[in-house]
Ligand binder design. Structure first.
Ligand code: SAH
Length: 249
């Protein structure tokens, strides 16, 4: 199933997903900004059924784990055939959604969005045979330290994060530049009307019209939030971007 109206696929950002449940795509990526951009050909999505490559009578894609244990494992031969059948250009990244992978970050998302678009393999059951990971050079990517029942929701999350960075997808280019993680900081708090909500007003400074003061306030808030909630992010910030403060040591 290819969901794109565009025929010139040479430059368009494309996600090719290998899954046992192609009907899960585009799913939530078919609505809102990503969905409009998909419909207008700003990006392309191809969901391919791994089961199409099954060779036996039962169309089986999995088998019991060697060495014993619960569950089933996706077969290397079936998955390799699915990867090969997708005929992915060598320059496209080949990802395997996996809780064992390197945790996905906004900077990796930016790299993926700037490239031609990845092949994404979605695991199911207990995972996939190790040999296909190595033979097809799959980069394992995790979306966090918890276990999902399949790679599809993880793939949707990864694609969503990439697509919103593609040129023309988000309304304002700046909205990508100032948000969480863009400078190693979490985003400052946002407010909108009504001016008073359950007796709590919008901070005065945001209504002052003084852009420099607003920017300084937001910066201070973003830094305070990052230090309180994500000391790991705070510690990893490049020194030159760090504002000197008494607790920096
Ligand atoms: N037994 C495996 C978990 C398998 S979960 C283990 O303990 O590591 C089934 C599939 O869901 C995985 O193959 C992977 O594709 C997907 N998945 C589960 N959690 C994920 C996560 N945090 N990030 C990315 N993919 C995940």
């Amino acid at each position: 199933m290819t969901i794109s109206t565009t025929t010139s696929s040479t430059t368009i950002w494309r996600a090719t997903v290998l899954t046992l449940f192609p009907e899960m795509f585009p799913g939530p990526l078919g609505v809102s900004l990503a969905g409009k951009a998909l419909a207008s050909g700003l990006w392309a999505l191809e969901a391919r059924d791994i089961r199409d490559q099954a060779t036996d009578r039962h169309r089986s894609v999995d088998d019991t784990p060697a060495g014993g244990g619960p569950g089933m494992v996706l077969r290397a031969d079936v998955l390799a055939a699915a990867i090969d059948a997708a005929e992915i250009a060598p320059r496209r990244p080949r990802l395997l959604m996996s809780p064992r992978g390197r945790p996905l970050t906004q900077s990796r998302v930016r790299e993926l969005a700037a490239g031609p678009g990845p092949l994404i393999v979605c695991g199911r059951f207990e995972g996939v045979d190790q040999r296909v990971i190595e033979a097809r050079n799959l980069e394992e990517v995790s979306i966090g330290d918890y276990v999902l029942s399949g790679g599809e929701i993880a793939a949707l999350a990864l694609i969503d994060a990439c697509v919103r960075l593609l040129p023309g997808v988000m309304g304002k280019v700046e909205s990508g530049a100032e948000e969480s993680f863009s400078e190693g900081l979490l985003e400052y708090p946002q407010y909108t009307r009504p001016q008073s909500f359950e007796g709590v007003p919008i901070p005065d400074i945001l209504l002052s019209g003084d852009h420099a003061k607003v920017a300084a306030w937001r910066r201070t808030e973003a830094e305070a939030l990052t230090r309180a909630r994500r000391p790991d992010l705070w510690a990893a910030r490049p020194n030159q971007a760090r504002t000197k403060s008494t607790t920096d040591g």
